[in-house]
Ligand binder design. Structure first.
Ligand SMILES: [Fe+2]
Length: 400
C-alpha cells in the first residue's frame, strides 16, 4: 500500500522520508529554524499501559471519543456507531465543525465516506456556523504525480460542492502539498502548481495562513508544515512566526483566541501511539523518540508566545488521527481525530502497516491504541472564553 500511511516516524501517515515550514504564499519562504507530526479500556489494558494509558482514557472520555487497543486476533472491524445529536448551540457560543484529515482518494470508498460524514454533520450539528477543514484533504499529494493529484482535487471539490453549502475555512496539511517528494511525484519543483500553490489555488487563498474575528473570538489558522529534505517537519517559518507575533499582539481587548493548525503544537498521544526506540542506543539510552513531523518542532517558542497573550485559550489540530484533549499552561489542546479514521482502512490493514514500520525493541503494536474511528469534532467557542469539543463518529465500515 504505497502510501496509505507512510512515514512512520512522522506521526500520521506520511509517505516519504522522515521528515517538515513553508512560506505562505505571499511570503518568500524564509529559512526554517534549524531542525528545530464510549472509551472502552479494560482494567487490564490500563494496567499494562500504566499512567499513559490512564491519561489517554481520561482524555478520550473528556472528548467523548472511543479509544481501543488493536488486538492482533481481532478479525472483524468493530461496529461504528453514530454519536447522538450535538444538542443546541449554547447561548452566545460560536459553533464550528472541525472536519480534519479527510484523505480523499479514489480507493476504499473515500468519496462515499466523506459524503456520509458531511451528511452526518448536517444532521448532528445543523446549527454549525463554520466548517474548518483541518488539513490533509488529499491522500499524500506530496508523493503523487500531477495526474493523480488532479484526480484527488476533482473528487474533493465535487464532494464539498454537493454536500456542504455553508461557510468553510481551510487549514493546509502535509498531504495537501504537491510534489515535495520529487522522485516519487516525478516533479522538478518548477511546475506552476508545485508545493503549496495547488492548495492555494483550490481553496482560493493568497496565503497559507491567516486570521479573522468571529463575535468575541479571534481565530488564527496556521500553516504548520515546513519542508525538510524531500519531506516535511512541523513548525512555522520565520516569516509566519513574526506574523503571528504581530497578529496576537493586536487582538482587541476582551477577545479570546483560538489557534488552528494541522500538526499539533503538543500531543501526549504521539508518545503512546508512535514513540519508537532510538535507532542506535548508546551507553546512555535515550528516551521516547517521535518524528519531526509528529508535533511542532518550535512548540517551545509558540508556548512562550502564548504565555504573553492570555487571550489564547485553545488550539485545535488534526494530523495524528487521534482524539485527544490536553490542558497545559492554561490552554486547551484538542486533536480532533480524523474523518478517514485509519485512512479509510480497517484494523487489519492498519495493523499490517504498523507492524512493518516497527523496529526490534519498539513497543509492540498490540500495546498501542488504534487511531480514531472516522469522525469529526463539534467545537463550541463560548462567550466567556471556554472551548468545548465533542468528537462524533458516523456509521461507517472501513475497507479491508
Ligand atoms: Fe492525516
Amino acid at each position: 500500500m504505497s502510501h496509505e500511511h507512510t512515514e512512520p516516524t512522522m506521526s500520521d501517515d506520511r509517505p516519504t522520508v522522515p521528515g517538515a515550514n513553508a512560506d505562505a504564499m505571499s511570503s518568500g519562504a524564509s529559512a526554517l529554524p534549524p531542525m528545530v507530526d464510549g472509551t472502552e479500556w479494560s482494567r487490564r489494558d490500563l494496567l499494562r499501559l500504566g499512567g499513559v494509558g490512564a491519561l489517554m482514557a481520561a482524555a478520550g472520555s473528556l472528548t467523548g471519543c472511543k479509544t481501543r487497543l488493536i488486538h492482533l486476533d481481532e478479525r472483524e472491524t468493530l461496529p461504528l456507531t453514530g454519536a447522538p445529536l450535538a444538542g443546541p448551540r449554547p447561548s452566545g457560543a460560536f459553533r464550528l465543525v472541525h472536519f480534519t484529515d479527510i484523505h480523499i482518494k479514489p480507493e476504499h470508498n473515500a468519496e462515499q465516506g466523506t459524503r456520509t460524514a458531511l451528511r452526518h454533520v448536517r444532521q448532528t450539528a445543523p446549527d454549525a456556523q463554520l466548517l474548518i477543514t483541518g488539513g490533509d484533504l488529499l491522500m499524500d499529494a506530496m508523493d503523487q504525480t500531477k495526474e493523480r493529484t488532479s484526480e484527488y482535487w476533482s473528487i474533493f471539490q465535487r464532494v464539498l460542492k454537493d454536500e456542504w453549502k455553508g461557510p468553510v475555512e481551510h487549514c493546509i496539511g502535509n498531504h495537501d502539498i504537491w510534489g515535495w517528494g520529487k522522485e516519487k511525484s516525478k516533479t522538478t519543483g518548477s511546475e506552476p502548481l508545485w508545493g503549496k500553490k495547488w492548495w492555494m489555488q483550490m481553496v482560493n487563498k493568497q496565503r497559507t495562513y491567516g486570521s479573522f474575528d468571529q463575535g468575541p473570538w479571534h481565530i488564527v489558522i496556521l500553516d504548520s508544515v515546513q519542508p525538510y529534505l524531500d519531506g516535511y517537519q512541523g513548525g512555522l517559518d520565520e516569516e509566519q512566526f513574526a506574523w503571528l507575533e504581530n497578529d496576537l499582539a493586536n487582538v482587541a481587548p476582551g477577545r479570546f483566541t483560538l489557534i488552528v493548525s494541522h500538526i499539533p503544537i503538543l500531543s501526549m498521544g504521539m508518545i503512546d501511539c508512535d514513540a519508537r526506540k532510538p535507532p542506535e542506543p548508546g551507553p546512555r539510552r535515550e528516551g521516547f523518540h517521535i518524528g519531526i513531523g509528529a508535533i511542532m518542532m518550535d512548540a517551545h517558542r509558540l508556548l512562550r508566545l502564548f504565555q504573553k497573550h492570555p487571550h489564547v485559550k485553545a488550539c485545535l489540530s488534526g494530523h495524528i488521527h487521534i482524539v485527544e484533549h490536553l490542558r497545559y499552561l492554561g490552554i486547551d489542546f484538542f486533536c480532533s481525530g480524523a474523518v478517514c479514521g485509519m485512512w479509510w482502512r480497517d484494523f487489519a490493514a492498519n495493523r499490517e502497516f504498523m507492524t512493518k514500520r516497527h523496529r526490534q525493541g519498539d513497543v509492540p503494536v498490540e500495546l498501542r491504541p488504534a487511531r480514531a474511528d472516522p469522525g469529526y469534532a463539534v467545537v463550541d467557542l463560548h462567550p466567556d472564553g471556554r472551548v468545548t469539543s465533542v468528537y462524533h463518529t458516523f456509521a461507517w465500515t472501513p475497507s479491508k
